[in-house]
Design a protein around this ligand. Structure first.
Ligand code: IPM
Ligand code: MG
Length: 360
């Protein structure tokens, strides 16, 4: 049986970094007999250019039938002024929603070789290993009603709705508790229960769920405090579980603690562990096409895909080890470059991982 993988390179640096991840996957396929079958398609701005919509139904269907989806990034200035309903980001939100990818796992792991690249003091981040579990198909991102309306006085008013039903909180809570069991056994649930009723309920559901996971320690933190604690003493966290919008914001902060957002992969999973894998960083249009983007988050996303959706632990371990050994050799893309190391471009970095994987 083959493993069908849909590749969605997207916009900006997406295609460049995807090309490197594909090289790595092709080698892993040969080495570990993974029987991968690739099919490439469009998402985001390039899909708008080709089809007039950021995610064609035919692409969505392909993704729903695949074993996993590997995505680059979407968006860019070319499409920024488009009507909100067909912006590139809508393609990403649609695929998350339609595939039911409610559990977004965003690890913030500091490679010891990169401790100096963090904007925090090395002693604050050395050994950092946090997992942010972000709810991805609900909350204010999808809540109705939403829009911009005209008030009686002629003024316009923008509005969105922050909603969470109990089952939505419970299922993401389960993901967090299960993940914590495989790590440090601690979950910190982040909310704004001092102000928002939706998160009062969130906290209640987490508390009652925690009775089923008495071996895991549950704590609660308001989101403003969590943002502060992440830059004050980030190592206090193991697993952070939170809603869609807070997770969006906190995961960027957590990413930067590790030195570069260019290093971090993510997985978005549904009930069936089918998933979409993408780097946490965006399409970086300012550096697109220059062979300077860091392909490691994309390559690590491919490893995550092998681990979570295809159950290929050995191949995933080998790719992660290859990335570590490339860093050991002192190779650095521009975003993680420090004096004394060797600056390399996107392709050279990809080639180095391929070579290291060959040697693993
Ligand atoms: C992310 C991104 C997306 C989000 C955008 C591109 C829609 O910021 O994956 O974190 O807000 O979820
Ligand atoms: Mg974001």
């Amino acid at each position: 049986m083959s493993n069908k993988i849909v590749l969605l390179p997207g916009d900006g640096i997406g295609p460049e970094i995807m090309a490197e991840a594909l090289k790595v996957l092709e080698l892993a396929d040969k080495k570990f007999k993974l029987n991968l079958k690739f099919d490439e398609d469009l998402i985001g701005g390039c899909a708008i250019d080709a089809h007039g919509v950021p995610l064609a139904n035919s692409t969505l269907e392909k993704c729903q039938q695949a074993d996993a989806v590997l995505m680059g990034a979407v968006g860019g200035p070319k499409w920024d002024s488009m009507d909100a309903s067909i912006r590139p980001e809508k393609g990403l939100l649609k695929i998350r929603y339609e595939m039911g990818l409610y559990a977004n796992l965003r690890p913030a792991l500091l490679y010891p070789q990169l401790a100096d690249a963090s904007s925090l003091k090395p002693e604050l981040v050395a050994g950092l290993d946090i997992l942010i579990v972000r709810e991805l198909t609900g909350g204010i991102y999808f809540g109705e009603p939403r829009g911009i309306r005209l008030l009686d006085n002629g003024e316009r008013q923008g509005y969105n709705t922050y909603v969470y039903a109990e089952h939505e909180v419970e299922r993401i809570g389960r993901t967090a508790f299960e993940m914590a069991r495989k790590r440090g056994n601690r979950v910190c649930s982040v909310d704004k229960a001092n102000v928002l009723e939706a998160t009062v309920l969130w906290r209640e559901v987490m508390q009652s769920l925690s009775r089923e996971y008495s071996d895991v320690e549950l704590s609660h933190m308001y989101v403003d405090n969590a943002a502060m604690q992440l830059v004050r003493a980030p190592k206090q966290f193991d697993v952070i579980v939170t809603g869609n919008m807070f997770g969006d914001i906190l995961s960027d902060t957590a990413a930067m603690l590790t030195g570069s957002i260019g290093m971090l992969p993510s997985a978005s999973l549904n009930n069936a562990s089918r998933g979409l894998y993408e780097p946490v960083h965006g399409s970086a249009p300012d550096i697109a096409g220059q062979d300077v983007a860091n392909p490691l988050a994309m390559i690590l996303s491919a490893a995550m895909m092998l681990r979570y959706s295809l159950d290929q632990t050995k191949a995933a371990d080998a790719i992660e080890k290859a990335v570590g050994s490339v860093l050991d050799k002192g190779l650095r893309s521009a975003d993680i470059y420090a004096e004394g190391s060797t600056k390399v471009g996107t392709r050279q970095m990809g080639d180095a991982v391929v070579q290291a994987l060959n040697e693993v």
